[in-house]
Every structure is written in structure tokens, then in C-alpha cells.
Write a protein that binds this ligand. Structure first.
Ligand SMILES: Cc1ncc(COP(=O)(O)O)c(C=O)c1O
Length: 397
């Protein structure tokens, strides 16, 4: 029987490339043509809000370290002490030997802050959503998700292999209509939303979503990545107007907390179920001790000084007032420019003025809504916020 020779990699390269690289190059040129190509740019942080990029010192409005805790001396000291005591890496999954004592302490602190029975720490916020949603929801079940929800809520929802229905952004009426129509056909249902929307900075109507969730027996999951530490006295977006009962409160330790890692705050049985069913918890190495120690020290700062926690939102409000934009609801303020090329150009002009503001383009945001996404932190100087506001009002909008 004749044997067809295999095309070796060397042969393929000699002929000018291989299908893998050809595919990658074709995709990249499509992105280039649409002004949608991203590049990873080396950026070093000097003093929290100040960055060095391409050899220039810039004032960043594109960092989620809202409380400037990532470089706080007490928090760095806590991380260093934890490395000295527990080492650098956790060495194994939490279910094997990777659950060092700082993780339990951090979980107690998070549960206390969020007023839940228990908490569960994951390797990152993305891993939390990718693990917790499929641990609760299966192929026969229903997930309702806000159309602007963060990519990792979408990833978790899709991993369930259940029915995933988007509802119009913050449209509780639409969400309830979908529940009325579809909920009865599925054993379990979940409503997934950001608490603070990462690209728009607006808040989810959590109280109303909790009510329709209770009416239709659909569990509410709120991703509070951008709310913890900065809203509701530091407790997050479900504590802004009194406390809203959200049974699944997820978030990250990588933004206002200044460290790294993700969490779910929930009831004791739900957390115990995570330890048994959440694949991203079971089959991934535990969070390093230094990240947990830093997060605990950051919670000390936040709980000890609620006035400091309120500063990023106050700064964002000062900015929106001066530009004449709708009042900021969180430290995130979008300045919508429209097309991607215009957003890139606006960002370059701001860089000429000494500001680092990264443009956000589709598919992260819907087509035609490319934007500058500004994030305000406790230590942004007021006079720089005024200079930024005046430039955006006079030269960009
Ligand atoms: C709303 C939201 N959820 C989750 C995440 C992911 O968290 P992490 O960076 O810890 O993976 C992010 C951003 O990173 C986010 O903006």
C-alpha cells in the first residue's frame, strides 16, 4: 500500500509558512485593517498612579488600583512576611496541600465584609466565574445574563452548556419577561450581572433583580470586581442603598484590594459545594500566600478608613461635573468617542498631554461605542483631574 509522506514542518516553512502561522497572520491583518489590533506595551509603575511607558512618565487614568493599595508600604510588608513564612507558590491545589492558613483567614474577612456565612477564594476573578457558574448550573438549566456583563461571566455561563439568554443592559422588565417565558422549562435558573459595569461604570439594579430572582426562583450572581473597596463604605455595590440580599457575591482582589485573586461570598453549603464541584478551584493551584496576606492587609485599610474608600468616587464625580457628563456612579467613567480610530487618536492626544488613558474598542464594547475608559483613584491630584477634564471637554468631545 502506498504511503503518503507527511509534510514536515521544515518542508512547510521552506514553502513560505505553515497553516498555523498563516492563520495567525491573516487574523492579525484583519484586526489591523479594522483598527482593532492590540499590543502588549511594557509599562512600569513608579508611584502608584504614575507610569513609565515608552520612556515617558505619564499620569495613569487606566488602572483599577482605585485605592492605590498595590504599592502601600504596610500591604507590601505583609506580602513579604508571608513569603518568608509560607514561601512563594502554594505548591498544590487547595484540595491537596495548597490551602495555607492565610486563605482561611482571608475567607473569614471577606465573609464578614460582605455579611455572608462563608467565602471561597479562587486563583483569580476570571477563574471564580469560570468555576462557580458551572458548579451550580447544568446543561438543562437557564442563565440570564446582562448583555454588558464581563467576559468571564459569559465564559462561566457558556461552560454550563445550558440555555444562556442575554437581557438588555440593566433592563429588569426584559429580564423578568424572559424568566416568565423560559424559567418553567428548566430545573434551575441563575441571573448574572456585574454590580458595577466594567466599561460603563454604571450600577446594576440589584434590588430589582433580587426581587425578580426571588419571584422566579432564579439565583442572583453579582460580579462586584469594581465595587468592593470603593462603594457602600467599602462593602461593595450591594450595600450602596442599604443592603440588598444577593446570594452569590463574587469579586476580585486585583482592583481596589490591590493584590491578586478572586472570591465568592455565599452561604456555607454553597461554599462547601464549590470545594467539591468548582473545577477551577479543584484543579488549579491555590492562591499564593503573599497575595492572600496583601489582601488581608488591604481589608484592614479599607475597614479602618471608610472615608478613604469613598475618595475614588468623589474624584470621578468631580470630573463628570467639570466635563458636563452624567454624574459618575462609580470610579469608572466612559467617554464615548464612537469609532475605534477616533478612540486611538484621542488616547494619543491625551498621551501628548502626559495622561495615560487606554482606548477601549470592540469586541470589549459594542460596535460604534469605542471609548476612553477613565478610572479614578484616591490619590489622583485634583488639579490634574481638572486639567484632564478641560482637555477632554475642549479638545476631544
Ligand atoms: C467585572 C470584572 N469581573 C471579573 C474580572 C476578572 O478578575 P481578575 O482580574 O481577578 O481575573 C474583571 C477584570 O479583570 C472585571 O472587570
Amino acid at each position: 500500500m502506498p504511503v503518503t509522506p507527511l509534510r514536515t514542518q521544515a518542508t512547510s516553512e521552506a514553502q513560505g509558512g505553515n497553516s498555523l502561522d498563516d492563520f495567525a497572520r491573516r487574523k492579525l491583518s484583519e484586526l489591523d485593517r479594522a483598527h482593532l489590533r492590540r499590543r502588549v506595551v511594557e509599562t512600569s509603575r513608579t508611584e502608584s498612579i504614575w507610569m513609565v511607558r515608552n520612556g515617558r512618565r505619564l499620569l495613569s487614568f487606566s488602572c483599577n488600583d482605585y485605592l492605590n493599595l498595590a504599592q502601600h508600604p504596610a500591604i507590601a510588608a505583609a506580602a513579604i512576611a508571608a513569603i518568608q513564612r509560607h514561601g512563594v507558590g502554594a505548591g498544590a491545589s487547595r484540595l491537596v496541600t495548597g490551602s495555607h492558613p492565610l486563605l482561611g483567614e482571608l475567607e473569614q474577612r471577606l465573609a464578614r465584609l460582605k455579611q455572608t456565612e462563608a467565602a471561597c477564594v479562587f486563583g483569580s476573578g476570571y477563574l471564580a466565574n469560570a468555576g462557580l457558574i458551572p458548579a451550580l448550573i447544568g446543561g438543562d438549566d437557564l442563565v440570564l445574563i446582562d448583555e454588558f456583563a464581563h467576559a468571564c461571566l459569559w465564559s462561566g455561563a457558556r461552560l454550563t452548556r445550558g440555555t444562556v439568554l442575554p437581557f438588555r443592559h440593566n433592563d429588569v422588565g426584559h429580564a423578568e419577561a424572559l424568566l416568565t417565558q423560559h424559567r418553567g422549562r428548566h430545573p434551575r435558573g441563575l441571573i448574572a450581572t456585574d454590580g458595577v459595569f466594567s466599561m460603563d461604570g454604571d450600577l446594576a439594579p440589584l434590588r430589582d433583580l433580587a426581587q425578580i430572582g426571588a419571584r422566579h426562583d432564579a439565583w442572583l450572581l453579582s460580579d462586584d470586581a469594581h465595587g468592593i473597596g470603593v462603594l457602600g463604605g467599602g462593602r461593595g455595590s450591594s450595600f450602596v442603598d442599604g443592603r440588598v440580599e444577593v446570594p452569590l457575591q463574587m469579586g476580585t482582589l486585583s482592583k481596589a484590594i490591590g493584590s491578586y485573586g478572586g472570591y465568592l461570598c455565599a452561604s456555607e453549603p454553597v461554599v462547601a459545594l464549590m470545594q467539591n464541584r468548582a473545577r477551577t478551584l479543584i484543579y488549579s493551584t491555590g492562591l499564593p500566600a503573599a497575595a492572600a496576606a496583601a489582601a488581608i492587609a488591604a481589608l484592614d485599610v479599607i475597614e479602618g478608613d471608610p472615608a478613604y474608600a469613598a475618595r475614588p468616587l468623589a474624584k470621578a464625580k468631580a470630573f463628570t461635573r467639570r466635563v458636563g457628563l452624567p454624574k459618575a456612579q462609580s470610579p469608572i467613567v466612559p467617554v464615548i468617542v464612537g469609532d475605534s480610530q477616533a478612540a486611538l487618536a484621542a488616547s494619543r492626544r491625551l498621551e501628548d498631554e502626559g495622561f495615560l488613558v487606554i482606548p477601549i474598542r470592540p469586541p470589549t464594547v459594542p460596535d460604534g461605542t469605542a471609548r476612553l475608559r477613565l478610572s479614578f483613584s484616591a490619590r489622583h491630584p485634583d488639579h490634574e483631574i481638572e486639567r484632564l477634564a478641560d482637555f477632554i471637554r475642549n479638545k476631544i468631545l
